[in-house]
Design a protein around this ligand. Sequence first.
Ligand SMILES: *[C@@H]1O[C@H](CO)[C@@H](O)[C@H](O)[C@H]1NC(C)=O
Ligand SMILES: *[C@@H]1O[C@H](CO)[C@@H](O)[C@H](O)[C@H]1NC(C)=O
Ligand SMILES: *[C@@H]1O[C@H](CO)[C@@H](O)[C@H](O)[C@H]1NC(C)=O
Length: 185
Amino acid sequence: MLSRVLCVCVFLSVFGAASSLSCRWMDGKFTQFSEAYLDHLNRMANNGTNSTEDAEVKQMVAFPSELYMQASKATAEDKLVFTVQVLEESAALLKKNHSSAPWEEKTVDNFLNVVTRQAVELHSCIRGHIHKKNKKLHMSFQRLSHVLEQKDHSAESWELIRENIESHLMQIDQLTSSLRKPTQS
Ligand SMILES: *[C@@H]1O[C@H](CO)[C@@H](O)[C@H](O)[C@H]1NC(C)=O
Ligand SMILES: *[C@@H]1O[C@H](CO)[C@@H](O)[C@H](O)[C@H]1NC(C)=O
Ligand SMILES: *[C@@H]1O[C@H](CO)[C@@H](O)[C@H](O)[C@H]1NC(C)=O
């Protein structure tokens, strides 16, 4: 009897420890990297293009706020999984043909470096290092990719995509704020 009680206690404590997120990168480096890629992205802004009047395009680049509402109610680990996917999908998109975009190659390279590092480090905090993709989130990035193709990767379409990515990167900062220790200041 005693051994059975002991067994349950050991199980509970092991399970309890494993269910809380342990991610030193999130406390130590996340904000620094987030500021860096948002800064690079800001420098890639194209003030020479007007926002689109095309209703179909507008719909395709509509920001998927509802996915963030769902993610905000998820477990710490699922928030992390969602965040990693946003970073990975954003990096993949910015690797597409940007010969017509106004930014310098060096700026986009720097952007990709920090985004990729952030993704890799956060990924290593996910238990088992595997994660299942959120299909709706994936679809919303697919739509952005289609807009680029439809518009022949024009400067104007890149600005729409850049703004969308910027919103995503600001939203994951919010989404993960509960996973960071409050900063002492
Ligand atoms: C474009 O506009 C943004 C925001 O108003 C500004 O921060 C940035 O410096 C501008 N970029 C250029 C190249 O004018
Ligand atoms: C943007 O809109 C303004 C006012 O409607 C227009 O004068 C300007 O030529 C447009 N710029 C581009 C790049 O289409
Ligand atoms: C990249 O896009 C431009 C148009 O923005 C196009 O002229 C060029 O052929 C494309 N390059 C590749 C490798 O697809």
